[in-house]
Design a protein around this ligand. Structure first.
Ligand code: ADP
Ligand code: MG
Length: 210
């Protein structure tokens, strides 16, 4: 991933989050406090603004800057977790690691911070299978790996529906959290779907700036 692609990813992700904010908020209203879409939209809009004032740099710096911005602007449980994802991606790329390494570091960071495992009905249910799918398909190139990751994340979201939440606000609902997809898993799959699109060349920087 080069700097241009990293910028395109974040800009297009912000656009997707804006388009899906109401749906994410509705999902969070069903099993949480109804702020997930608003939280993420605020964070990604701030990240885009931060990148606009960032001098030409590297993909690692773009993603790291995104992480620190999300950390301070998203709020809620998901703010520190999304901050961790992008800071880990940034740090790994800056150190010369691959996107596969970065995604693994992101998952490790999220799990260290939030202590959730697959099946707890959190973003880990989307991120964990996505990281594995990316690694498995990495030999086929970035676009194919990102597509595999996005598909695995979407499948992970579907798998959260019958689960009872064991972490975060939704866990306070106990059995009543059953029957709804997890909002954070849903937004994770959305952001990975955007990664698949931009790596495939479907969205250019000019498209996403419009
Ligand atoms: P809050 O729950 O504070 O209102 P958000 O609504 O922005 O924060 O985000 C909720 C999402 O955060 C959940 O759907 C879940 O995916 C994720 N989440 C919450 N707690 C954890 C955790 N401990 N580990 C991983 N993800 C978590
Ligand atoms: Mg919430």
């Amino acid at each position: 991933m080069d700097e241009a692609l990293a910028r395109t990813w974040i800009t297009a992700a912000a656009e997707a989050v804006r388009a899906e904010a109401d749906r994410l908020t509705d999902l969070d209203a069903a099993i949480g406090d109804g702020d997930h879409g608003v939280n993420l939209r605020r964070g990604f809009d701030a990240a885009v603004a931060a990148l606009e004032s960032l001098e030409p740099t590297t993909a690692g710096d773009v993603l790291g800057k995104t992480g620190t911005t999300l950390l301070s602007k998203v709020g809620g449980a998901s703010g520190p977790l999304y901050g961790t994802v992008f800071r880990a991606l940034g740090k790994t790329l800056r150190q010369g690691g691959s996107l596969a390494d970065g995604l693994q570091a992101a998952l490790d960071g999220v799990q260290q911070l939030g202590k959730a495992v697959v099946g707890d009905k959190t973003m880990v249910d989307a991120l964990s299978p996505a990281v594995a799918a990316y690694a498995a398909a990495a030999g086929e190139g970035e676009a194919a790996a990102a597509r595999a990751a996005a598909d695995a994340a979407a499948e992970g979201v579907r798998a959260t529906v019958p689960l009872k939440a064991r972490k975060g606000r939704a866990s306070y609902l106990g059995e009543r959290s059953i029957g709804h997809p997890d909002p954070g898993a849903t937004s994770t799959a959305l952001i990975l779907a955007v990664l698949a699109e931009v790596t495939a060349g479907g969205v250019t920087a000019r498209d996403s700036a419009r």
